[in-house]
Design a protein. Structure first.
Length: 181
């Protein structure tokens, strides 16, 4: 409330000084200097009001950085370089870096499926703690075309056919000619 009253008072003084500058046609240095000072005070006060902070109170006018999430993320899987905006192309021998964060499971599995949903390749990794990084080397044999890399999580060493009722991520990709060495 005090800031609002101060802003109204400074605004009224600014209008009076502006009239003084206009009547003197800008030739009175004291009037111009007073107008600039009052304008600066108005800008400062409105900036402080917009930011919601009080100078000298020991608080900052900036939003604090987020140090925790509510709720905390769990079971986050990231394939380095993978983008859902376009379907990546991979070749036999290419290595995909799978990073797992905030995991609540003991095992992470990765399976490569062809367009007919037949298993081409499967790997199961064991987590030591809540995060880990795994290298999945694509070995699709003679298959070329659309494929899905499915990454699932489990507390048990589960066969690839049983992952559908588990927590999993599906990553479409294309398998192309060319061998990565």
């Amino acid at each position: 409330m005090k800031k609002t009253l101060a802003l109204i008072g400074i605004g009224a003084a600014f209008l009076a000084v502006s009239l003084w500058v206009w009547l003197s046609r800008g030739r009175n240095a004291k009037a111009v200097k007073a107008k600039f000072r009052l304008g600066g005070m108005i800008l400062t006060l409105t900036g402080i009001m917009a930011a919601g902070c009080t100078p000298g109170s020991g608080t900052t006018c900036y939003e604090p950085p987020i140090e925790c999430y509510d709720p905390a993320p769990i079971n986050v899987v990231h394939i380095e370089g993978y983008s859902y905006n376009h379907i990546p192309e991979v070749a036999n021998g290419e290595q995909l870096s799978i990073k797992a964060y905030y995991m609540t499971f003991k095992y992470v599995g990765a399976a490569l499926f062809n367009a007919d949903k037949e298993v081409i390749q499967t790997e199961i990794y064991t987590l030591d703690g809540s995060q880990g990084e795994f290298i999945f080397t694509v070995e699709a044999g003679d298959y070329r075309g659309a494929a899905n890399l499915v990454i699932w999580m489990s507390d048990e060493d589960v066969a690839v056919e049983d992952f559908s009722n588990l927590y999993y991520y599906d990553h479409p990709m294309n398998i192309i000619d060319g061998t990565q060495e």
